[in-house]
Design a protein around this ligand. Sequence first.
Ligand code: ADP
Length: 230
Amino acid sequence: VANVSHELKTPLTVLKGYLETLLDTVPEEQSRLRRALTQMDNQSNRMEALVSDLLLLARLEGTNADNLSQAVPVHGMLKRMRENALAISADKGHSIELDVPEEARLIANPAELESAFGNLITNAVKYTPAGGQIRIHWWQDERGAHLAVSDNGVGIDPAHIPRLTERFYRPDNSRVTETGGTGLGLAIVKHVMIRHNGKLEIKSQLGKGSVFTCHFPAERLVSKPTAVAG
Ligand code: ADP
């Protein structure tokens, strides 16, 4: 899977490049052609997202957890993600609350954390109707560190929850094209959590909203924040 995904990258880049040029040059009056090109462009973006998620997942599953761990300052990371999420939300006007202590640090692989948290936060925006509320909450206790991303969006039927982290598993296929996801996001989150000796917990109520919580063990906490470089 890793090799195939990697090999698909170059042809896709070429296709996307020509599509972009064509969209720039085809005049507005040729609306049928423009519609076709726009669809091709959307679908090639989707394919690109799929290829990159497949590649990431193959790496997460097929390699040992690396030793790129460092004391990650999670507040800055989550603050940037909140801003990205607001940009994705755009005119949908979600409110996104960030409740993360500034000094929070986690011994982790920053790129992997970024993928996991990014997927949860993007999903909260995707699956919450306009004007909805999203909260990003970090806390620490004797059991470890915890990140909860909650929303008051569409929610998930409890029957589907145990299978949500399977690759390509989606409770409602009709929404797939609308939200443009890859169906791999939660599989990525699950694997990142396994590699960090942690766990993903999902709680949801159909029509009410969802809470996705990442639990990290206490040994990943930085006891003396000044002792380890951030
Ligand atoms: P994708 O979002 O690309 O379909 P994911 O693996 O990220 O794939 O999520 C799998 C499924 O879980 C989604 O299709 C959606 O049905 C459900 N889901 C994920 N996050 C949420 C959420 N915050 N609220 C409601 N449903 C969600």
